[in-house]
Structure formats: structure tokens, C-alpha cells
Design a protein around this ligand. Sequence first.
Ligand SMILES: [Zn+2]
Length: 472
Amino acid sequence: MEQLISILMSLLTMFMTLISSFMGGGTTPVNPTPSDPTPEPTPVVSGVLSWPLKKSSYVNAGYPAYPGGGAHNGIDIFVSDGKTDGEPFYSAGEGEVTLAANDGQYNDGFGNYCVVYHEKLNIYTLYAHAKEIDVSVGDKVNTDSKLGLIGQTGNATASHLHFAVIKINSDGSTAYDDPMKYVKNPYDSSSPGGSSTTSGKFIFKVYGWGHGVGMSQQGAIVMAKNGKTYKEILKTYYPGTELSTDNNTPSTVKRNGTSVGLVEYLCKTVKQEIGDDAPMEALKAQAVAAYTYAKRFDNFSSGQAYSSSFSYKGTNVEKAVLAVLNISNESETPKATYVTYNGKCAETYYFDTAAGKTTSSASVWGGEEIAYLKGGVASPEKVSESTREFTSAEMKAFIEAYAKSSGKTINLDSNPANWLKILAHDSSYSADIGYVTKIAVGDVTFSGNSFKSKILDDKLRSHCFTITYVAD
Ligand SMILES: [Zn+2]
């Protein structure tokens, strides 16, 4: 009886630990054991469990943290040929299934998952994000037992097997442990192009913010403080454009299905976007940009930040909005000032900071048809710089995931140093640095913007970047 209670208690502890460590991201300590501050010696037991896949595969993100930060309580396994989805996975050793969730629910991020207790080792193994789980609680399993098929249920952005090891401490408490202490990958990871190495990393130096183009709100504030008018600010950030008057300005717009006065809509947008303490001319520039953006996309309900609780009556924000709507109070019929390019409503993107510089409208936002961005923008723009690093294993996984989702074949050299090559950029930042217009990814070329959005899933601030590969 006592033993049963102890087992039940450890199961309970285990799931509390699982849930708390999953929910708490990088901040929740895994299973603290204040009663025993002496760290246990780390056993080197690699190989006591079997690799849970029977196909060439590799670890994309390891234990105990993702390469980009954030706690990670297991390892993420991908199949080397890119066909991870639907691949069977197997029990890492002899044991008994103690949990099997095949309900398609989120399950604290694990999706469909199962847990196997390995009595001889006194540990659990956990297999998550499955497309399906093929075992039931109480099933006796061994290394030939298929547990299920790999999927991307729960909190997963691509199909992979999340594999975790949970050890049971002498006091019955449980804690995640590094799976690589217990398993060895017999396949040695290999890339789609037959690479046997995923060593090294890619360092991206990125210039600009967001999409790297459009109006910089910080820049607009600086310009206004330096005595520039809202018209000068708008012409600076949307070069080649004109300001026009919209004779079809709506008095009310729909926001989330509810009718809102245009003045109220713009005030709450401007407040959230640039703040109500920005100088008057910057507020006006923001109001024009916000109106133009919404008009261009015929969408006043989303895509712009909104300060629902802002009491705008009598504020500078209201003054600025009324001014660019060419009215003196809310009851008059507005005639909005808006930005046009070649007679068409422009696309007035805006960001807190932006590189604010591009030499060709063809390189961004769909080319000449889309109505803005000619020439370059300099003072007073301050280009923000940032650095992002990706391991070669991560980069390979990104490329494979894209290849799979797009049905393309991308062959990678055995040396990661040759995977990514910037072939052309527009020199908009300096002679050596600009928006990437052409980049080779293995044997396929992309524009910098599609590389950034499709392969890197917008993990870079802009497509104005340099790449340095550093070998281990
Ligand atoms: Zn994982």
C-alpha cells in the first residue's frame, strides 16, 4: 500500500512538474528540491536507452534550452530526409505505458503524447506532438514497439518528435534530465544533401526594424522637434509621394464589427502608435499615415494598434486628427489628408524605428505597382542594429521545413559554410550592406525578403542583413 501511494505521489509530482515547467517557460525552476541541496552526481549512461526513431534523424533543438533561449525539457528530433511527418517512433526501451493521450487536445503543449515507465532504470520517457498514439496505458513495450506517428499537435511549429527523459529522485520527486545522457543517435545526423555535419553557426547582423521601411515614429518625433512639418515628415519617409484630399472620407468606420466615428478611431490608433506626448507635427504625420494605411487596405478593424480606453477629447491627439481631417469639430464632414503615389493610395507602413531606406521600390512590397518607396531616406533616421544566431542544425531544420511545405527540393552542400550566400544587395546602408535582393540557399535562390519570411519565418527584423558562418 505504501509503495502504491509512493508511486501515485511520484506520478502526481511528475505531472505537476511537467505542467509547471511547460507553462512557466524559462523561469520556472524544474522540480526544486530544497530538502536536499547536494547535487546528485551526474550518471553517464549514454546508450542505456535506444534512439526512438529507426530512420536517419537528428536533434534540432536540445536540452535544457532552445538555442534562441527559453527552457526546453527534451530534445526535438527531425528525420534527415525531411519526411518527418508521419514517421513512426518507438519506445526507447523496455517498459510500460503509463500515459497515452490521443485526443487531439493541446495537453499543456504536448498535443498527442505518451509516457513510458522503464522500471529497471527507474525513469520515464515522454514522446510528444504525435500525429497519433498507437498504445494504451498498461501496454508492455520494448524497443520494437511502435508508440505512434510523428506529428505537430500541441505547441509545435513543425512536425517533430519531442523526446524527454524524466528521472525519479531518491525522495520520489521527479525532474527532467538530458535525454542525450541516455540515448545515442546511431545515425549521425545527415542533411537533405547528404551532409554528415551540422557543426558551426550562422550569425546575422540585421539593420532596421520590422520590415525596415516606412515611417519611423522615433524619426518623426525627432524631425518634429527640429521644426519640420508633418508634410515634410511624410515626404521624407514616403519619398515620391503626394498629399491629397480624400473627398470620400467616411465619417464612421467599422472596427471589430462595431461602428466607430473616424475621429475616435484615428485618435485611439495614433495614441497607441506614437503616444499622446509626441510633438503636434509628429501626431499629424501619424494620423495621416494611419488613415492612409487603413484606406489602402479598406480595413479599419485590424492591423493597427489601438488604445481602446484613451479619452481623446481635448487632447493634442484630437487636435492633430481634426487638423488632418480638415475639420474643427467631430460633427463636421471630414475630408482626410492622405498619401498618394501616382494618383493611388499609398501603402504607408510605420514602425517605431525603421531602416527607412531602400533604393528601389522593386525590391520591397511587390514592386513598382505598389505605391511608395522610391529613393532613400537618411537623416535623422538612426538605423537599429541587431544580431541573431542560428546553429547549423537549426538552419537545416528551417530549410527542410520550408522545402517540405513548398514541395521544393533544396540540396545542401556537406559544408554548412556553403549553405547561404548573399548574391546581391542594394547597398542601401553602405557599400557592403543593404537589403538582400538575391540569396542562394543551397542550390535555390530567393529574394532576401522571401528568405526572411519563408525560411526564417520572420525571425530577422528586416531583410537588410549580413551573414557570417562560424565553424566550431
Ligand atoms: Zn521539444
